[in-house]
Design a protein around this ligand. Structure first.
Ligand code: DGY
Length: 319
């Protein structure tokens, strides 16, 4: 009997085809809506492989009831939606899709920085709403990006790719990370103490993964250490920033602006207080969202499933 694979979103045929030739494929029939948890549990209990999205939570209990499950291939670089430790204990392999999204996600993070600092979305909204009456000396003025200091929290592959872009803008790059990176390609200064980075940076960019250590890492105290003219760009996982504290800091002028690609709960509610603020630029978790990159991520996920179900070590094992 052929092994069975469950895919938790409707994907383009061409990306599923390589799997269809080898395995029985079941696929949730919606591109827009996440698979209901009950159905996911039922499928996990029956299949040999799960192809998951970052919107699916795979916990220990689900894995306990999945006797045939050999691999969870998560179509994202982040994998905080999966209990990797539990998977390890149960001998289930977990893979992710790194590298292919590095440059694309760095593009978006840098675009979000530019957009926030230069008020691109709020000024466009004014223009479209008829609020542009005249060029004025201080109208729509933002904050400089060129020549300023960028503080990156979480210096992985995407951080390094952003640092390269920042050099083209003549920026000084400092970073805070669990450990110092020995990277000859990008000149960036390690800052051991997060408080020092928050204090020094003109723009703070969060790219760290969401872990027990980073959850709620940026709260009221941390925001109060930032410059009043600083922006905070959040581009990895929403749970790292305390959104209530961020709202207060933006409203009270503790910091100048924020650019958000990720939120504690996604999709973020349209009436979320942060979305009422003109100094917030908000996009819907589009870091890796280009046609080319999403196809590359799908190819990696398909290959990981093929490798594991054919008893080979997959390329991007995280647990
Ligand atoms: C990831 O892959 O973890 C990104 O957040 C997706 O855009």
């Amino acid at each position: 009997m052929k092994p069975t694979v469950f895919i938790t979103r409707k994907l383009p045929d061409e990306r599923v085809e390589p799997l269809r030739e080898k395995f029985n494929i079941r696929m949730w029939d919606s591109e827009d809506e996440a698979v209901p948890v009950d159905l996911l549990k039922k499928e996990a209990a029956e299949v040999d492989a799960l192809w998951t999205m970052l919107t699916d939570t795979i916990n220990s209990e689900m894995m306990d009831n999945a006797p045939n499950l050999k691999i969870i291939a998560n179509m994202a670089v982040g994998f905080n939606n999966i209990d990797v430790q539990a998977a390890k204990e149960k001998g289930i392999i977990v893979t992710n899709t790194p590298d292919v999204l590095t440059e694309t996600t760095a593009d978006l993070a840098f675009a979000l920085l530019l957009s926030t600092a230069r008020k691109m979305t709020s000024s466009e909204k004014e223009l479209r709403g008829g609020g542009w009456h005249s060029w004025t000396p201080m109208g729509f003025t933002g904050m400089d990006v060129n020549g300023t200091t960028l503080g990156i929290i979480g210096m992985g592959r995407i951080g390094e790719a952003v640092a390269r872009r920042a050099k083209g803008f003549n920026m000084r790059v400092i970073y805070h990370n669990r450990n110092r990176k020995e990277n000859a390609e990008v000149r960036a200064d390690f800052v051991a103490n997060l408080d020092d980075l928050l204090h020094e940076a003109d723009h703070v960019l969060i790219l760290a993964p969401l872990t027990e250590e980073t959850e709620g890492m940026i709260g009221e105290r941390e925001l109060s250490l930032m410059k009043k003219t600083a922006t905070l760009i959040s581009a990895s996982r929403g749970g790292i920033v305390d959104e209530v504290a961020l709202y207060e800091a933006l409203k009270n002028g503790t910091i100048w602006g924020a650019g958000l690609d990720v939120y504690k709960t996604e999709p973020v509610h349209v009436r979320h207080p942060l979305l009422t603020l003109p100094n917030v630029t908000a996009v819907p978790h589009i870091g890796s969202a280009t046609v080319q990159t999403r196809h590359a991520m799908m190819k990696l996920n398909a290959q990981a499933i093929i490798d594991v179900l054919e008893d080979r070590e997959p390329a991007n094992r995280v647990g």
